[in-house]
Ligand binder design. Structure first.
Ligand code: NAP
Length: 341
């Protein structure tokens, strides 16, 4: 039970807007877009692996204040998302890449990675995705024509040396991370894999390294109470990238990313239509003012999420050398970086 409570707190902490769908958990949600099918039903949830969620001390007062606050924010957002006219989703395309630009996307078949690959193809880059399965992103881009323009290859930096693959690239973009499972699995899935990727990209002489990490607000909010392996892994990855690519490593650090057209729990997913309504709500002045003076989980819960499109655009801008700086933390900085793509 405590594990589920901690999971709820994480969802609340990362995204107040995820709480109503999780609490309501209907098998099918009606929205102004029509029927959106939940990706996990209640039986699936019972079977989900929450073994990585700490049974350790979580400040009860934090939970007791964070959850109601975030539920209220989420319900408000739910109402906004449901009643407001459908917000037109920004459809930005990056400017053309210089001729002959090669980019390797580690985890290019995932939620964020597939959007990064799509935008790079639109920019005219030569794109290689490397992942353990080497599969196409059937979950995120089934039947889309750009998919055939990417080279989908198998590889894992913790299982072999990918210097030669990375070294052909003007930039390597890592969209690899793991949430859930044991602390050890999260430490490896966020830490070891990206530490190795950065070392191998540097030894192959890749031009730049871009990594989708996590906002500093999220570990601060948890104060070491849960997801230790996740945060420790991210932190080791960031250090390795800063060491191997001191001026050409770029960290994109979101709190929560929304996108696609379905909801999910593990990992947490919120659709574009719903997420953009919450984005608008939490970006408003009064909510920002409250967030600014709120502690821990509440601050994270009231911070605007960022769209998958803008995270991907920020990655592309970083990979193509269009950003000043090496760290883009939170929705505002990521959205600004996205506009440079
Ligand atoms: N989604 C969010 O709300 C959110 C919020 C903050 C930060 N982030 C961060 O954003 C990044 C992208 O997240 P996401 O939601 O797009 O993740 P995702 O959908 O799980 O995609 C990750 C991809 O990485 C590949 N992968 C995993 N381990 C690998 C390994 N050892 N070697 C090679 N490939 C590997 C997987 O493909 P295979 O199974 O084929 O290997 C998978 O498709 C992660 O670093 C995540 O921590 C996400």
């Amino acid at each position: 039970m405590l594990r589920l409570t901690v999971l709820a707190a994480f969802m609340a902490g990362c995204s107040s807007f995820l709480v109503p769908p999780v609490l309501l958990r209907p098998p099918i949600m009606e929205t102004s877009k029509g029927a959106l099918h939940m990706t996990q039903n209640n039986d699936d949830m019972a079977d989900s692996d929450y073994s990585g969620l700490s049974d350790g001390p979580v400040d009860r007062r934090t939970l007791l204040t964070a959850i109601p606050a975030t539920v209220v924010a989420g319900v408000l957002g739910f109402a906004v998302a449901g009643s407001a006219p459908e917000k037109a989703l920004a459809r930005a395309t990056p400017k053309a890449a210089p001729a002959g630009t090669n980019v390797v996307v580690l985890g290019g078949n995932g939620f964020v990675g597939s959007k990064v690959c799509e935008l790079l193809v639109e920019a005219g880059a030569t794109v290689t995705s490397v992942s353990r399965s080497g599969s196409k992103p059937d979950k995120w881009a089934a039947g889309q024509s750009w998919v055939d323009k990417v080279s989908w290859t198998k590889g894992d930096p913790t299982a072999g040396d990918l210097s030669a693959v990375f070294g052909k690239a003007a930039a390597v973009i890592s969209c690899v991370g793991v949430i859930g499972g044991s602390d050890e699995e999260m430490e490896k899935g966020n830490g070891d894999v990206n530490v190795q990727a950065a070392k191998q990209a540097a030894s192959g002489k890749a031009g730049r390294f871009v990594y989708v990490s996590v906002s500093h607000l999220v570990p601060e909010a948890f104060g070491g109470a849960a997801f230790k392996g996740y945060f420790d892994g991210k932190s080791r990855a960031e250090e390795a990238i800063a060491k191997s690519f001191p001026s050409t490593g770029v960290l994109i650090k979101p709190t929560f990313i929304y996108g696609g057209d379905s909801f999910g729990l593990t990992p947490p997913r919120v659709s574009d239509g719903y997420g953009s309504g919450i984005d608008a709500l939490l970006s408003s002045g009064p909510i920002r003012a409250i967030a600014g003076i709120s502690p821990g989980l509440i601050k994270v819960a009231l911070s605007p999420p960022v769209s998958r499109d803008n995270v991907a655009l920020a990655c592309v801008a970083g990979a193509l050398g269009r950003l000043q700086g090496t760290k883009f933390d939170g929705a505002d900085e990521i959205n600004a970086a996205a506009s440079k793509a």
